[in-house]
Design a binder for this molecule. Structure first.
Ligand code: 5AD
Ligand code: SF4
Length: 463
């Protein structure tokens, strides 16, 4: 009989991908994913350490799981595993503080899960594997077990060598590593064969991608994207998340020349103050960022920009914050995430003894920044009203007869359409807005020019 596997995913899209891969790894052992932890044979918490309180959240979740584990004791037991970046950072501490945990594993070792499960069963728990193995996990992952969906993630690069002074990623995910082009292409082809139409290439620093090409030389992200765009049935390619320093000429040019590359780019800038950017060890200025966006808009005028911001980094003055607000006004973002700076253990910024910004000031700045970013997002969405956008219908809506898709600019678009149109790109006349997206009507008869290779619903139906 199938064993029940419940995976709870925190944090970034890379964790979403990792969770799916962990399910693949465990499938041959008879584990089938379920939606709730009650009665599960195995529970994995795939954790995130990027911002504050991550570890505390995990410990309180483990507290809740303990009673479920006790209930399951008489019925085969429940294996509890903590994976991801909190596991990498806290390691042994988790086993010590939460004895109900059987396995602690880092992001680079989950290909060894079957072995860990066997060891946990033999020893009654206490398994810790937070190595950075020399053999990359990707070489040991099995084929995909279940289809990933119409829009799917594909990790092509992992780790980070940038060492921004606030960030734990270089410590939890390790050094930069790029998967070879052939491996990425094989996985992409498999995804498309299973129904995926749009792929988001993932990496902590995805545009630093430098994987071994079929010619034995390193290929950059642009070249990889051109290669993947040749896959029949793949209508869209995105990538996230990027560093301004790695926006090279070829990648910028691809935004103009490669139709499959979607006109939306998440390019975190973090701050608009050169002084703070230097203290953050970002290795670029605010004007460098402005220039990159100018160049992108020169080749792709409708490209929508997104970013991440941190307010209240040590020593950030009112004047520094004003520079951030100025940058936001200059660029105009379609969407953005913004955070209060939080000191992460082990990072250079956390060891600064002086210059810490008051929590109240951080909160004020965050509210001010978020109000501006919300206003910009709203203005961006409003500007889409009355336009016809090509929309990839990728999931069912709440109502019967409703489908939800994504616009080229990553907005959710709600339309009335039959299920048979899932996985196709349709032209949608945008008629209104919801809190987080757009509503519209399928205007299948319109002749909006679509990038080559895109599949219209009407063509799909005719074929
Ligand atoms: N404090 C606040 N925000 C942070 N981020 C990363 N580290 C920290 C930190 N110590 C934010 C950055 C990054 C996003 C993923 O999380 O904005 O781009
Ligand atoms: Fe962290 Fe900077 Fe690397 Fe991004 S580029 S993962 S913020 S160190």
């Amino acid at each position: 009989m199938a064993k029940k596997l419940f995976i709870k995913t925190y944090g970034c899209q890379m964790n979403v991908y990792d969770s799916a891969r962990m399910a693949d790894v465990l499938a041959p052992l008879g584990y089938e994913p379920v939606d709730a932890p009650d009665g599960a044979d195995m529970v994995i918490l795939n954790t995130c350490h990027i911002r504050e309180k991550a570890a505390e959240k995990v410990f309180s979740e483990l507290g809740r799981l303990r009673s479920l584990k006790e209930l399951k004791q008489a019925d085969g037991g429940m294996i509890i595993a903590v994976a991801g970046c909190v596991a990498q950072a806290e390691g042994e501490e988790i086993l010590r503080r939460a004895p109900s945990v059987d396995i602690v594993l880092g992001p680079q070792t989950y290909h060894r899960l079957p072995e860990m499960v066997a060891r946990a069963a033999r020893a009654g728990g206490g398994v810790l594997d937070t190595d950075f193995p020399v053999e990359p996990k990707f070489d040991h992952l099995p084929e995909m077990h279940a289809p990933r969906g119409i829009g799917a993630f594909l990790t092509i690069q992992e780790g980070c060598d940038k060492f921004c002074s606030f960030c734990v990623v270089p410590y939890t995910r390790g050094a930069e590593f790029s998967r070879p082009v052939a491996a990425v292409e094989a996985e992409a082809r498999q995804l498309v064969a299973q129904g995926t139409r749009e792929i988001t290439l993932l990496g902590q620093n995805v545009n630093a991608y430098s994987g071994e090409g079929p010619d034995g030389r390193p290929w950059g992200l642009a070249r990889l994207a051109w290669r993947l765009a040749e896959i029949d049935g793949l209508v869209g390619i995105r990538y996230t998340t990027s560093h301004p320093r790695d926006m090279d000429d070829a990648l910028i040019a691809a935004h103009g020349d490669l139709p499959a590359l979607m006109p939306f780019l998440h390019l975190p800038v973090q701050s608009g103050s050169d002084r703070i950017l230097a203290a953050m060890n970002r290795k670029h200025t605010a004007d460098d960022y402005r220039r990159i966006v100018d160049r992108l808009r020169a080749v792709r005028p409708d490209i929508a920009m997104a970013s991440d911001f941190i307010v209240g980094f040590p020593e950030e003055s009112d004047a520094d914050f004003a520079e951030t607000m100025r940058l936001v006004r200059d660029i105009g973002f379609a969407s953005a995430y913004s955070f209060k700076y939080s000191a992460r253990p082990g990072t250079p910024a956390a060891s600064k003894r002086y210059g810490h910004v008051d929590e109240a000031v951080k909160a004020e700045r965050l509210a001010e920044l978020q109000a501006l970013l919300d206003q910009q997002q709203d203005a961006f969405n409003r500007a889409c009203e009355g336009r016809v956008l090509p929309v990839l219908l990728d999931r069912r809506g709440r109502r019967d007869g409703q489908l939800v898709g994504r616009s080229p600019f990553m907005q959710a678009v709600h339309v009335d359409a039959p299920d048979a149109w899932l996985g196709t790109v349709v032209d949608v006349a945008v008629t209104g807005r919801t809190t987080h997206g757009l509503t519209g009507e399928v205007a299948a008869a319109t002749g909006t020019a679509l990038p080559a290779g895109r599949v219209h619903a009407r063509e799909a139906l005719a074929g």
